[in-house]
Design a protein around this ligand. Sequence first.
Ligand code: URA
Length: 162
Amino acid sequence: NKVVFGDGNLKAKLVFVGEAPGADEDEQGLPFVGRAGQLLTKIIEAMGMTRGQVFICNVLKCRPPNNRPPAPEEVVHCRPYLKQQLEIIKPEVIVALGNHAVRALLQTEQGISALRGTFQTYEGIPVMCTYHPAYLLRSPGEKRKVWEDMKKVMKLLEKSGK
Ligand code: URA
């Protein structure tokens, strides 16, 4: 229905990268506006920021039919857009939400369970790997781990003095 390119501040210090638009996002043309998005908004606000201060986007810019996972060739098609978004914004820190974001950014076969809670690097930018908010909706007991990860992100942003 709509291309969901991304939303937020082009001067953001922090960029969140998710998987792909869902039905709500496809309808509105905006990322993370459904249930998972509401949880992401809460996480951002708990970090003392607003959605307008950060930038939010996805690996895929269009909704896969029936919310199926991104196909490898779709990731290959969309990655240049993500790359350019990150080149323009030049954030201090990137948060990769879930397996697909981690794999697309880091071009690794390692999964989120191995990398969660760690900083990896994308083009010299630290990438915090954490769980996707949709996973937290299914497993609310894991929210605490994401909060631990976001505290590391806040510390790094503080240290960079920005
Ligand atoms: N899940 C995602 O990965 N991205 C969105 O925009 C919404 C839900």
